[in-house]
Design a protein around this ligand. Structure first.
Ligand code: PMP
Length: 380
């Protein structure tokens, strides 16, 4: 095993040293002024990253926590809800809806397809739904959906829109208020450059007014909203992670969200051009929407599972496997958050060498240069 490790998965993602240092500070009490000042600032920064005036609720949870909170707060058993599913996380929405006793109407796509607002509009015209559950960046395939248009379709049909932005918030544009997204959920471990363990959800007035009767307690939005109003917390927060998130959000906002969005586009371009230059085939779309995750088809005669083990054991590089029906057929490179072009070139160099040794027909020695040129040349 190589001593130095490189984490190129679409979550968790690398964490900046400044954030790690904040997390390593001595513990403070969560109801004292030491924490309150950070909590208040962190909540204000979250609103800026969400681009919303709505309340953003902060939980100790993984990203699935606020997904569940959306269903628990918005739905009543028996409600008909619509899930747009084109991969693993769309399926998760459906599973949560079913667990809460909803009648789940699935608008299904093949894994890797891009959902269309027109399809959603005609489905909702055929069968009404009180809530529409959407995935912005489907991390399992690399597809980033046009949620602005999907949300407009949901709104047009009078439904509450909920967007899973776990792998997109802070990486690609998401205008919560301008696009009228009722509920946005996300997590700390992707473009927010913080370890896993914090989860966030923004809630519009329409969503507050549409709350249902499903049983809930920890994830009852009202408990956390009331506590946050006075910069208290309903439950013991993940204090150290909040200290880290506050620093990470400060870094993101100081440099500007637009700069982060542009960097992700350029990283995606560099990664795709490098992959194609060495002769591999993309699975995720070959355009600038693929700014979060690049999925690559595993070529013959390579064993996809063995390839990931080899690249990790020999070079210390962790890439992500395909999930569900894509297991063994694709691998994924995350370029989210604290990431630069040399992370891309490191990933490409490792992939190239390992693929060539595994017998793939690879053109060696061109991918890194192509990626660097693409990154440099990319217009704003
Ligand atoms: N949605 C998306 C799009 C994700 O990428 C993830 C995490 N991979 C989740 C939801 C679930 O988050 P968690 O695993 O933190 O519960």
């Amino acid at each position: 095993m190589s001593e130095k490790r490189y984490l190129f998965t679409p979550g968790p993602t690398p964490v900046p040293p400044e954030v790690l240092a904040a997390i390593a500070q001595p513990m403070v009490h969560h109801r004292g002024p030491d924490f309150r000042i950070v909590y208040e600032r962190c909540l204000a920064r979250l609103k800026q990253v969400f681009r919303t005036e709505n309340e953003v609720l902060l939980y100790a949870a993984s990203g699935t926590g606020p997904m569940e909170s959306a269903v628990a707060n918005l739905c009543s058993p028996g409600d008909r809800i619509c899930v747009v599913a084109a991969g693993s996380f769309g399926n998760r929405w459906a599973a949560i809806g079913e667990a809460y006793g909803c009648e789940v109407d699935r608008l299904d796509y093949e894994w890797g397809e891009t959902p269309f607002a027109e399809d959603l509009a005609s489905r909702l015209a055929e069968r009404e739904a009180s809530v529409v559950l959407l995935t912005h960046s489907e991390t399992s395939t690399g597809v980033v959906a046009d949620v602005q248009r999907l949300v407009a379709a949901a709104k047009g049909a009078g439904a509450i829109s909920v967007v899973d932005a776990v792998s997109s918030l802070g990486a690609v544009p998401l205008e919560t208020d301008e696009w009228g997204v009722d509920v946005v959920v996300s997590g700390s471990q992707k473009a927010l450059m913080t370890p896993p363990g914090l989860a966030v959800v923004s809630v519009s007035q329409a969503a507050w007014d549409a709350r249902g009767t499903s049983p809930r307690f920890y994830f009852d939005w009202e408990l956390t909203r009331k506590a946050q109003e006075i910069f208290d917390a309903a439950f013991t927060p993940a204090v150290s992670l909040v200290l880290g998130l506050d620093v990470a959000l400060g870094m993101l906002l100081d440099r500007g969200l637009e700069a982060a969005f542009e960097r992700h586009v350029r990283l995606g371009r560099a990664c795709r051009e490098g992959i194609k230059a060495m002769g591999l085939e993309l699975f995720s779309p070959d355009d600038d929407t693929s700014a979060v995750v690049t999925s690559v088809r595993v070529p013959d005669p390579v064993d996809g599972t063995q390839f990931l083990l080899d690249v990790r054991d020999r070079m210390g590089i962790t890439l992500a496997p395909g999930q569900g029906p894509l297991k063994g057929k694709v691998f994924r490179i995350g370029h989210i958050g604290y990431f630069d072009v040399f992370d891309i070139t490191t990933a490409l160099a490792g992939i190239e060498l390992t693929m060539a040794e595994a017998g793939a027909d690879i053109e060696c020695g061109v991918a890194v240069t192509r990626a660097l040129e693409t990154y440099e040349r990319a217009p704003a």
